[in-house]
Design a protein around this ligand. Structure first.
Ligand code: URA
Length: 433
């Protein structure tokens, strides 16, 4: 077999055999297939798509590219939630400790930033000292002791995804249904969860721009999960505006800490966190969805979730003084982005907001780029709100002032102000079992 022939076959729109897909992935992992050929292959898949059979085979190749995490020493029901990616999506910081506070075990293996979307692991590393790389034994120990641990992907778990994910991030091959489905489900099948809740984002800040694409992606992933014996559900969520009031790393962690401490905050962020947690504990059989929403709300409001988050950060070496006093986080230099006329914010290009945050230094342009944890955006006026000319719409943060100009231009391009009110969608759009 030759990789060049496989690329050509896919480029010309033909279905690949299982052996060809296995050859491509194992060759890439073994080093006989270089990055440039894998990039061409990913682009061919991006344009031509994959059949369900091809997607399942690719998922299995990713799953079997490393070890299966065996969390045999973790007692209790294990559930995870995984997002298809969004802008300002910080739900993991609320949902993971909240689900643990409700009584289930959350052994969460998260990813880094991808395309214009941020990554949980990058965000967590903005807490000084927080270790995202732990041995499986230590990971299990923390999950047993605290109920929750969030780490990054190790070399052992689905290493093919780790390598391909980093390549997709810098080759414009992220927003492809089979690549997203196999990336997420490859990791989930290699992990040891009993239940999986998928947060499938839809809208102009998601990799799924159209609702139908989100539904198809959700169905494919739910089917793969259930066929592999893991109870899997998907919650479709709106990404036609950033989630919450912040985009970035430290700044998103601060917003989540405030929600955990007070049980309050941006309504969409709180509602979505409750919904995702309710679905996780519902899979564990803790009641009807309505009952589970109540349990989740109670544990958010009574501070139990914050306690879990605090304990997890402490166990993982993070400096908990930053949780107690979030003003310790360095948020760099600031510049305001102001309205150039009066009216309603009638449209926000959410991907543009994600890119503006990336331009400020919150994400990567090349694999080896370092993240600026202080970089990001605080949203002052959201989609649907009225602004007067000169009002602050957002505050940009960065440690490198030269980055303001490009980011501000992107924010301006991505914000429409008009006399018409925006059509606002609810944050939870649906659920697929
Ligand atoms: N999250 C993942 O883990 N993979 C993707 O491809 C997109 C979001």
């Amino acid at each position: 077999m030759r990789m060049c022939d496989i690329i050509k076959k896919k480029r010309n729109g033909f279905e690949l055999t299982d052996d060809e897909i296995k050859y491509a992935i194992s060759g890439y992992m073994g080093g006989s297939i270089p990055d440039y050929q894998m990039s061409a292959f990913l682009l061919a898949v991006y344009y031509q798509g994959m059949s369900t059979r091809e997607t399942v085979t690719l998922t299995r190749c990713i799953e079997n590219s490393g070890d299966h995490v065996n969390l045999k020493d973790v007692k209790g029901y294990k559930a995870d939630k995984h997002s298809t990616g969004g802008v300002g999506d910080k739900t993991t910081f609320v949902v993971a400790p909240l689900a643990a506070a409700c009584g289930i075990k959350v052994a969460k293996i998260s990813g880094r930033g991808l395309g214009h979307t941020g990554g949980t692991v990058d965000k967590l590393e903005s807490i000084p000292g927080y270790q995202t790389s732990l041995s499986i034994d230590r990971f299990q120990e923390i999950v047993n002791k605290v109920g929750v641990s969030v780490i990054g992907q190790s070399q052992e778990l689905a290493p093919a995804d780790k390598k391909i994910y980093a390549l997709r991030d810098v080759t414009a091959t992220v927003d492809s249904l089979p690549l997203i489905a196999s990336s997420i489900m490859g990791k989930k099948l290699a992990a040891a969860d009993d239940g999986i809740v998928l947060e499938v984002t839809v809208g102009n800040g998601s990799f799924n721009k159209k609702i139908d694409d989100g539904i198809t992606l959700a169905r494919v992933m739910v089917d793969i999960g259930n066929a592999a014996g893991k109870k899997t559900v998907a919650v479709l969520t709106d990404m036609n505006q950033p989630l919450g009031y912040t985009i970035g790393n430290s700044i998103e962690v601060i917003e989540a800490i405030n929600v955990l401490k007070t049980g309050k905050g941006n309504e969409r962020l709180v509602d979505l966190s409750i919904e995702l947690t309710a679905n996780m504990i519902n899979l564990a059989g803790m009641g009807t969805l309505e009952e589970c929403r109540e349990i989740a709300r109670k544990n958010l409001e009574n501070g139990s979730a914050y306690k879990k988050f605090y304990e997890m950060v402490k166990e993982q070496g993070g400096d908990v003084r930053y949780l107690e006093d979030t003003s310790l986080f360095d948020l760099g230099e600031t510049k305001e982005f102001v309205a150039n006329k009066s009216g309603y914010i009638s449209y926000v290009n959410t991907e543009g907001y994600g890119l503006a945050s990336l331009y400020l230094g919150a994400g990567r342009n090349k694999i080896e780029d370092k993240i600026d944890f202080s970089a990001g955006i605080k949203i002052v006026k959201s989609l649907g709100e009225y602004v007067e000319k000169g009002d602050t719409i957002a505050v940009m943060h960065t440690s490198d002032k030269s980055k303001f100009e490009q980011a501000e231009k992107k924010l301006a391009e991505s914000t429409t102000i008009s006399k018409d009110k925006a059509e606002l969608r609810k944050v939870v759009l649906g659920r697929i079992e």
